[in-house]
Design a protein. Structure first.
Length: 207
């Protein structure tokens, strides 16, 4: 496979990246944290390809990035009150929420009845996601166990010939991934502290 190298400031890039994703291909793109590698969230074969090229264990689910907060109901069966409060406060942003998964999602997206989801605070990422249908299964742009890509060239070195395109949006704004909160339990549980600090979440009574 030839990997296209696209520039985020090119007027044709968003449409090209979205078209490739809608056709079932994988695309690397910048987010508000690290670079991610995405696949159409409702395309089971594309999700399987994402696991394969990353050499990612199937028991580790793949998060979903959304274009808008309102798109949460595409991927969540229901929205716990804690999740609604957190997304109202922190989305778009570097907070990933674990919520009950929608039954229409492919079974290989996660190993259980939950799914990780967030809206990135990055205009290029959200435009690509919107153009591709509003939801992308997205994992960090690295082989499992390797450091996450901080720029497009690092991602290209890892995935040349394995993905349809790499979108260059400049250096990643962070070397840290998103914070993860499990909203399927009461009270919600902080699973991983990332860009968003635990202190910023103190009013939400996390455990």
């Amino acid at each position: 496979m030839r990997t296209e190298y696209l520039y985020a400031n090119d007027s044709s890039t968003i449409a090209r990246a979205a078209a490739l994703l809608k056709a079932g291909h994988l695309v690397v793109f910048p987010t508000d944290t690290l670079y991610g590698i995405g696949a159409a969230a409702f395309d089971e074969a594309a999700v399987a390809a994402l696991y394969r090229v990353k050499d990612r264990p199937l028991e580790k689910g793949i998060p979903i990035l959304l274009a808008e907060r309102e798109d949460i109901y595409q991927v969540a069966r229901e929205l716990p009150r804690s999740a609604q409060e957190l997304l109202d406060r922190f989305w778009p942003g570097a907070l990933t929420l674990i919520v009950p998964r929608h039954p229409n999602l492919p079974p290989n997206l996660s190993p259980n009845d939950n799914v990780a989801v967030r809206v990135p605070d990055d205009d290029v990422a959200r435009a690509i996601i919107h153009g591709a249908g509003g939801a992308l299964a997205t994992s960090s742009a690295n082989l499992s166990g390797a450091p996450a890509a901080r720029d497009a060239n690092e991602a290209l070195r890892a995935f040349r010939g394995l993905v349809a395109a790499v979108v260059d949006g400049g250096p990643a704004p962070s070397a840290v991934a998103s914070t993860i909160v499990d909203c399927t339990v009461d009270p919600p549980q902080l699973l991983r502290q990332g860009v968003l600090s635990a202190e910023a979440l103190t009013s939400f009574n996390l455990v």
